[in-house]
Structure formats: structure tokens, C-alpha cells
Design a binder for this molecule. Structure first.
Ligand SMILES: C[S@@+](CC[C@H](N)C(=O)[O-])C[C@H]1O[C@@H](n2cnc3c(N)ncnc32)[C@H](O)[C@@H]1O
Length: 258
């Protein structure tokens, strides 16, 4: 299971400031269509990038509650949102939300559910805290849709398979529509958001993910430290040669609580 300490939280923050993920956040904000004065919950708020932007939309008459289980992530979110009095951040778990029934107009949960072993419990909590007619936006990556150029095919297979086994739901988007319906969400819409990198940047989304995936495979004993290094060096070299290619699909779901 991925644990976010200070180093991992800062690395995620860096890669989530990349243009591809900024684009995903803007799309999430667009479909949620927040109004001034609304109360919004960000489940697994991470470094607070979306909570910050949502707070600007609901204004000081509104409220944004962000919860996350990682103190390191919350530290970054607190720094980012310190000047926004409408933001409240607290430690908590998606499976057991510390919030009253029907207390939010809208809810966002981006890149969190794949890490949660009991997705049904988390969705049932999200339904509980939303008002009838409340909107939910969920973003998830389908890691089985990842394609990349590599001269190290065998290592790529081992490392990506290792990631598949390391998170509880690497392929969640394909099941999310039925799961939302099962939890009384209606008017479900979904759109694909490809995250495409054709140039290598050490702070870019794909380079950050490649490092996380290789480290996870190494920690699980699937590859040695030298093999993980070889795989990462090859990606960097492809970048220098103008042959870098990485793409994975994220999916944005919008639904309404019945
Ligand atoms: C990849 S980050 C995404 C952060 C943020 N939602 C975003 O998109 O910018 C995943 C976040 O989910 C949090 N998380 C994972 N499992 C959680 C759980 N059961 N309850 C609350 N937060 C959780 C992690 O601590 C981390 O901050």
C-alpha cells in the first residue's frame, strides 16, 4: 500500500503541478460547476491543489472541507490554503467520513479510490454526506491503459505488472459506473482524460510515476535496484533522443446523488 511521507507527498505535489494534471483539475472544476456559497468535500485532498481552486469558486460564503489520511499531504495542503478562511483540513479516512449526513452540495474524490481496499464502503460514505441532488466528481486512472516506449520490454512488463498488483484497484474506471449506480447515484457521465507525455521532464507526471512504479517493484522484490535504475535510465535516454512516449488514461465521472 502506498504511504505518503514528506518526500512522496512533495513528489506528488510536483507532478500534480504539471500541465497534464492542471488540465485534469480544470476539467473537474468545470463539470462540478460550483456556485458561491456551496459546501464541498474533497476526499483524499492530497496537497490541496483542487481544494484551493474549489475554495476560490465557492468564496468566503462557502466552505471546502478537505480530508486526507496522510499528515504529510495535509501539511502541504495547509500551507497552500492558509489564506483561505473557507477551507478546513483534517485527517480522516474515506471509508469513515467525519461529517454529518447530507451536509455537502458537492464532493470531489480524485485519484484516491484506487488505493482503497473497500471502494463500496467509501462510496456509501460519500453518498451519506451528500445532500439529495448533490454532485460527485471522481477521477481514476486505468493503469492497464498505460503505454510507453522502452528498450527494456521485459523490465517494463515486470514493473507495470508489479504496480497492477500493488494497488487494490488498478482497473477501477471500468467498474465505476455500475458501482456508482449501486450507491444510488444517477445521471452518470464519464469522459476520458489522456495524460500524454512525448517529452521527458524529471518533474513531469510520467517521470514521477515511472519512478514510483519502479520503486514499488523494487520494494516488492520484483526487480533489483540495478534493474529499476536501468529501466529509469532508458526512459531518460529516450527523452534525450527525442523518442520518449508515455500515455495513460484517466477517467472523470460526474454523477448526482438521488
Ligand atoms: C494520488 S494522491 C491524490 C491527491 C488529490 N486528490 C489530487 O488529485 O490532487 C492520493 C491521496 O489519497 C490519500 N488517501 C489514500 N487512501 C486514503 C483513504 N483511505 N482515506 C483518505 N485519504 C486517502 C493519500 O494520502 C493521498 O493524499
Amino acid at each position: 500500500m502506498i504511504e505518503y511521507d514528506d518526500k512522496a507527498a512533495r513528489a506528488t505535489e510536483r507532478s500534480y503541478l504539471s500541465p497534464e494534471i492542471v488540465r485534469q483539475r480544470l476539467r473537474t472544476l468545470a463539470v462540478l460547476a460550483l456556485r458561491a456559497g456551496e459546501h464541498v468535500l474533497d476526499v483524499g485532498c492530497g496537497p490541496g491543489l483542487l481544494a484551493h481552486d474549489m475554495a476560490l469558486q465557492v468564496g468566503t460564503s462557502g466552505r471546502v472541507a478537505g480530508i486526507d489520511k496522510s499528515e504529510a499531504m495535509l501539511k502541504l495542503a495547509r500551507q497552500r490554503c492558509a489564506h483561505l478562511s473557507q477551507v478546513e483540513l483534517s485527517q480522516g479516512e474515506a471509508e469513515n467520513l467525519c461529517a454529518d449526513d447530507q451536509s455537502f452540495h458537492a464532493l470531489a474524490c480524485t485519484q484516491v479510490l484506487l488505493y482503497i481496499p473497500d471502494v463500496r464502503q467509501a462510496l456509501s460514505e460519500m453518498r451519506r454526506v451528500l445532500k439529495p441532488g448533490g454532485r460527485i466528481a471522481v477521477v481514476e486512472t486505468d493503469w492497464r491503459s498505460a503505454v510507453l516506449n522502452s528498450n527494456e520490454e521485459a523490465l517494463t512488463r515486470k514493473i507495470t505488472q508489479g504496480w497492477d498488483d500493488a494497488v487494490p484497484s488498478p482497473n477501477l474506471p471500468v467498474q465505476l459506473g455500475p458501482l456508482l449506480r449501486e450507491h444510488d447515484f444517477t445521471a452518470i457521465r464519464v469522459e476520458a482524460i489522456p495524460v500524454l507525455d512525448t517529452s521527458y521532464s524529471p518533474d513531469g507526471f510520467s517521470a514521477g510515476m515511472a519512478k514510483a512504479i519502479a520503486t514499488s517493484a523494487q520494494e516488492r522484490g520484483l526487480v533489483s535496484e540495478a534493474q529499476a535504475r536501468t529501466w529509469l535510465d532508458d526512459l531518460e535516454r529516450l527523452g534525450r533522443d527525442g523518442a520518449y512516449f508515455f500515455c495513460v488514461n484517466r477517467f472523470l465521472f460526474l454523477a448526482v446523488r438521488a
